[in-house]
Design a protein around this ligand. Sequence first.
Ligand code: FAD
Ligand code: NAD
Length: 481
Amino acid sequence: MSDSYDVVVIGGGPAGYPCAIRAAQLGLSVACIDNWLNRDGGHAFGGTCLNAGCIPSKALLESSELYHRAQHEFATHGINISKASLDLAAMQKRKNDISGQLTGGIRTLFKANGVEGLPGTGSLAGKGKVRYEPMEGEARELSAKHIVIATGSKPVELKKIAPFDGDRVVDSWGALDFESVPKRLGVIGAGVIGVELGSVWSRLGAEVTILEAMPDFLPMVDQAVSKDSLRQFGKQGMDIKLGAKVTGAKVMKSKVSLSYELKGEEQSLDVDKLIVAVGRAPNTDNLGAEEAGVERDDRGFVVVDENYRSSAEGVYAVGDVIGGQMLAHKAIEEGVVLAEQLAGHKGVAVNYNAVPCVIYTSPEIAWVGMSEKQATEAGFEVKTGQAPFAANGRAKALEMTAGMVRVISDVKTDRILGVHMSGPYVSELLAEAVLALEYGATTEDVALTMHSHPTLSETLHEAVLSVDGLAIHAVNKKRGK
Ligand code: FAD
Ligand code: NAD
């Protein structure tokens, strides 16, 4: 085995493994070092996303949603079943199997594309050099023309208030692995993880309270959509307390006692398990970044230019470790674009104005581009359109009529600036909106596009039509408003 490569990628998550594969497809010799260890002590490529993030959380969201629907909705469809019962061990096994199948697939892809997959830890060891410590055997030095840091991120710990103990106070990974449904579940942080994992355990029977420090709920989402979603979550029984400042968490034998401030008053809450989901921090410890001259910002993210070059020559970084939106598809795009650039392709770039975002709750929340507030603050004169799923035949057939689509567009050019929505499968509807933004489409372009009937996409069509007061199946705003 040669120890000299065109590209050595450190990190085999959504940023690293696609970067390695594309670089190899374009004729470069590539190694990808990754040190993810699963609970069973086994290594798996795929990083946070496949092992402890996107995939296992979506598996549990799907299973818990089915369980909830079986209990609460089947009778409406005229289907009577004897009381649904939960086999959590089987649900968890299914989740783990899905992750295992996908992470195993990366090994196959590496083989097929000629990428050297190296389980172990990588660190920068001088210009063009990477120290590789395998999971078994002696450390050795690899040389590389290009070194890519794709080491991802880890959960932020509230060390002083509620440190992780792996049992009662857990991070998102711990919260995906509960072996029984906690009776009372506390969550610190009503961000994406807080509401997704709060939903899972709420559907499975936990009494969920989420404490969020900020006064606004999901501030990146258009206000009409976030407000409506907050109401829906409340109806489902999740108690989301905004403006709640957690001051302490006392771990006792059988519970965690939380204290927090709300509207100037000291409050307390006892829970059986506590999830801390207050954001993620970059993985740059023990990477040799400082010695190698790789600049990091005050939060530890690697600083890169528009071509993902760090301050050290020949060292690049992509994915969560450079900050921005911490999303798997953003990481994938960056990894692939960087690989293309390393292979000499010019003019390839990520369009950060059209990054799709999804929260896989029920209703799902999905958006791309600016909210009405962001567009106004950016100086646009905006016009908006809106349509509810309550008027959509397919949504009625699905018994999923909560939510809406909102379209934000520029008065001067009619260009669509953003699409924000909540409702059934809006994660899938979002692709049309992303394409519209990517192509610089106007509302007229989408209005003149035929949408099949009856589908959920008709609500997007209606929202676009309503921008100019032309929706057929939704009540239009009075013109001029
Ligand atoms: P990571 O996935 O963190 O991968 C980095 C890899 O590098 C890891 O395997 C790590 O072990 C390895 N590594 C670190 N240091 C070293 C070293 N020195 N040597 C060798 N290897 C090293 N995003 C979405 O888009 N959709 C979702 O639905 C979604 N759901 C999520 C749910 C949860 C619960 C969480 C926590 C995250 C979720 N995310 C989701 C975010 C997504 O997981 C991340 O944005 C994505 O994994 C980032 O990819 P990455 O490759 O940059 O980092
Ligand atoms: P987040 O940034 O989405 O939310 C963290 C929340 O915690 C914020 O609302 C913040 O105001 C709040 N918070 C921070 N400190 C607090 C404190 N001391 N007390 C109470 N509240 C506090 O972060 P996350 O939910 O941990 O998710 C991490 C990353 O993972 C995100 O960037 C997200 O994009 C990604 N992720 C994506 C998906 C998805 O795409 N569906 C799913 C899960 C995670």
